[in-house]
Ligand binder design. Structure first.
Ligand SMILES: [Zn+2]
Length: 429
């Protein structure tokens, strides 16, 4: 388990810096600027253009050479608390991968309940470091306890922290929701707060409506597995017969008879402030409902394949104009928290998404979903000085840059957040 402390060696010593590289990609989908440069003044981007046009405007020049400067990635859904889950599972003897979605949930609950001490803050710290070293500048994270908040507040990350609440039991839900709301309201930019009613099958209608009425941003696991759809439509299947029985939860008297997306919409839970996590079991009518609501679907392709729940219907999302973002989900269902690796995997399972679209989803799509606007996801005069620098043995021609970026065959050598370099590389200073 990691005991490394944050923040990571910042480099900041000049009021005006000019970063130079062979390519500068101001925004996914736009052409990269060759021999590009970016001027930082007072922690913000003052100008972007060719090096020759900006070279006289800075006190200090940092030349990254054969490299690409581009916006940081936005991991719009993860559970940093579970970063050390693989070690925990091994320590608990839970080494066999479950063969079903509900089996995976039950294993997760068993491991969490078996943990001794308070390993969560160290697990969050390890996750933060993994995000930063993978060029991630913002996160949409789910926390179950405010005790895990301190490492995030000490980190340079931007984003939104969603405090989880599970609500089938009124006695448990009301104080749980009150605590989640209080924690969420204590946060402010650049790490704002939200609430996460866990899922369509772990929160009752009454409780979800109460959470919605608070008016805070929401993140909800929805339409992930066929088992969830069966439970919502017919009130039966492994969620009823295994999960509810194991948790000793009472089954609802009547199944809603709706798809998970339709059920969320019926509770008033879909809005432009909502992150609908997964969105795999979605038909054309569901996609139209999501699009009309303005909610964002956060795609988690590696987790979906790992749990055997299917693949999100990208074609439907493109046809209806649903806002999209990308997340890794947790280390309980993924091999890493690297969004570059998630992008590379997404290329293989979402052939409908062009590399430029995928990069846009992983940068400005996530920034939009987390309420970060122009502060993250674009490199333009007036924006926050948030960027990453990638290198590789052989950079491609400019016309192949987007496809190359989606291959993950490159290395993050610098990550600047709020005008400060956070990876502690050998940057001349
Ligand atoms: Zn999740």
């Amino acid at each position: 388990m990691s005991t490394q402390s944050l923040p990571l060696s910042p480099v900041t010593c000049h009021s005006s810096q000019l970063l130079r590289a062979r390519y500068l990609l101001p925004r996914a989908g736009e052409p990269a600027i060759e021999d590009g440069a970016l001027l930082i003044v007072g922690g913000r981007i003052a100008a972007v253009g060719r090096y020759s046009a900006l070279q006289d405007r800075a006190v200090q020049v940092i030349d990254y050479g054969d490299a690409v400067i581009l916006p940081p990635l936005v991991n719009a859904h993860c559970h940093l608390e579970l970063t050390d889950f693989p070690q925990w599972a091994t320590e608990c003897g839970e080494t066999i991968e479950p063969e079903s979605f509900v089996g995976w949930i039950r294993r997760l609950i068993r491991v969490r309940r078996a943990l001794g001490g308070d390993p969560v803050p160290a697990s969050v710290t390890a996750g933060i470091r993994q995000l930063l070293t993978a060029g991630t500048g913002a996160v949409g994270d789910i926390l179950t306890t405010p005790a895990a908040l301190a490492p995030l507040l000490a980190s340079p990350l931007y984003g939104r922290i969603f405090f989880e609440t599970i609500g089938l039991d009124a006695e448990r839900f009301v104080p749980s929701l009150a605590a989640a709301l209080a924690s969420a309201r204590s946060l402010a930019y650049p790490l704002s707060g939200g609430v996460s009613p866990h899922s369509t099958y772990t929160v009752s209608s009454r409780h979800l409506k109460r959470a919605v009425s608070a008016g805070l941003p929401l993140a909800i696991h929805c339409a992930e597995s066929p088992e969830e759809s069966l439970f919502l439509r017919e009130g039966r299947g492994p969620i009823a017969e295994e999960l509810y029985a194991a948790a000793d939860w009472p089954l609802p008297e009547h199944a809603p008879g709706l798809s998970p997306v339709a059920w969320l919409a019926a509770q008033g839970a879909l809005s432009p402030q909502t992150l609908l996590i997964h969105g795999v079991q979605v038909d054309a009518a569901d996609a139209a409902v999501i699009a009309a609501s303005g909610a964002t679907v956060v795609l988690c392709p590696r987790s979906n394949v790992r749990l055997g729940v299917g693949t999100a219907p990208i074609g439907l999302y493109q046809a209806t104009g649903v806002h999209l973002a990308l997340g890794t989900d947790s280390r309980a269902s993924n091999d890493s928290l690297s969004l570059w690796e998630e992008i590379a995997f997404a290329r293989s399972v979402y052939p409908e998404l062009a590399p430029e679209e995928l990069l846009a989803i992983a940068t400005c799509g996530g920034a939009r979903a987390l309420g970060l606007g122009q502060e993250m996801g674009v490199l333009t005069a007036g924006s926050g000085a948030n960027l990453q620098v990638l290198t590789a043995t052989n950079l491609p021609p400019q016309t192949e840059l987007a496809a190359w970026l989606c291959c993950a065959d490159h290395q993050v050598v610098a990550l600047w957040l709020a005008g400060i370099e956070r990876l502690g590389q050998d940057v001349p200073c």
